[in-house]
Design a protein around this ligand. Structure first.
Ligand code: HPA
Length: 233
């Protein structure tokens, strides 16, 4: 039991899939897992444990932003025996090389965030996922014949920025190919605690072309990404 997760140590599987939206966690559990039980509902941050092809797996919402995923991933790693967290999220594309619904695998997260500096004095603006988890995700995507674009993602603290063309600058200066709001903190926590984390993302909107995903297409693309994550888990 932690302040934000009212569960017992054995309630979570060693691998947790984390979408941002807790209702998406519910949907994943109900659609893809067997023998599902709810293991947390504090603040409606729903978490479930079940099995996928006979193997235990958990799924839990992270909430939006680094403050939120920072809390939940820390408590999962330190109190519930969780070894691996795979974030399954959405992102905005910074380059026309990416199309709507493409699936992105984060090879690093770049951020202006003070999260890591505040947490333990880590001053680099870049954190990294687990190499072995990324290998497993890459292999799963290959086996499922789903193309993956590998690149550095921008973990932003701010969704509504004043600077209109920040995406052009950040693509040019930091080589970030897409924006989301959680990976930098997730990777940092895993690194600090000797655990594993990774992140795959579906392109849900495009900062260059200004396209946005329709509900049905989003669902289809999301299913692709989930298959890769579940195959890996
Ligand atoms: N900005 C930040 N996070 C996001 C976006 C975005 O445009 N799209 C999906 N996640």
């Amino acid at each position: 039991m932690t302040p934000h997760i009212h569960a017992e140590p054995g309630d979570f599987a060693e691998t947790v899939l984390m979408p941002g939206d807790p209702l998406r966690a519910k949907f994943i559990a109900e659609t893809f897992l067997q023998d599902v039980r709810e293991v947390n509902h504090v603040r409606n941050m729903l978490a479930y444990t079940g099995t996928y092809q006979g193997k235990p797996v958990s799924v839990m919402g992270s909430g939006m932003g680094m403050a939120s995923i920072g809390i939940y991933s820390w408590e999962l790693f330190t109190h519930f025996g969780v070894q691996s967290i795979i974030r399954v999220g959405s992102c905005g594309a910074y380059t026309s090389d990416l199309k709507l619904y493409d699936v992105v695998l984060a090879q690093a997260a770049w951020s202006e965030s003070s999260y890591a500096r505040t947490q333990n004095g880590y001053v680099s603006p870049v954190t990294h996922p687990s190499a072995s988890l990324n290998e497993a995700l890459t292999l799963a995507a290959k086996q499922l014949d789903i193309p993956l674009t590998v690149g550095t993602v921008h973990s932003s603290d701010v969704f509504y920025r004043a600077e209109v063309d920040a995406h052009e600058r950040l693509f040019r200066e930091q080589a970030t190919i897409a924006v989301e709001m959680e990976s930098f903190a997730l990777f940092h926590n895993a690194q600090v605690l000797g655990k594993r984390a990774a992140c795959i993302l579906t392109v849900s909107d495009h900062l260059v072309t200004h396209e946005a995903a329709s509900a049905e297409d989003r669902e289809q693309a999301f299913t692709h990404m989930m298959k890769i994550a579940l195959h890996t888990a």
